[in-house]
Write a protein that binds this ligand. Structure first.
Ligand SMILES: [Zn+2]
Length: 82
């Protein structure tokens, strides 16, 4: 998962990939993600779903993200947000 600053850079690299006709056009984005996370992602589009703030705050009970910023309860443990 990427924080908002990391995600902004990833989005820039993703946009540049669309402007590049070469077969390895998303290589700069895939390398950036691998350097940040250690995970060798092969699908550039998947990285566009890896912005941690898209998944809402972290649950105080189980530590998992609430899944959306508008969630009213934790899908993992059922804890309700007050
Ligand atoms: Zn929870």
């Amino acid at each position: 998962m990427l924080d908002d600053n990391e995600f902004t850079k990833a989005k820039e690299l993703y946009s540049l990939g669309f402007k590049n006709a070469k077969a390895d056009r998303f290589q700069p984005l895939l390398k950036y993600y691998k350097d940040l996370t250690g995970f060798k992602e092969t699908e550039a589009a998947a990285i566009m779903h890896h912005q941690i703030s898209q998944y809402g705050p972290v649950c105080n009970i189980c530590g998992k993200p609430y899944r959306t910023p508008a969630a009213i309860f934790c899908a993992a443990c059922g804890d309700r947000i007050d």
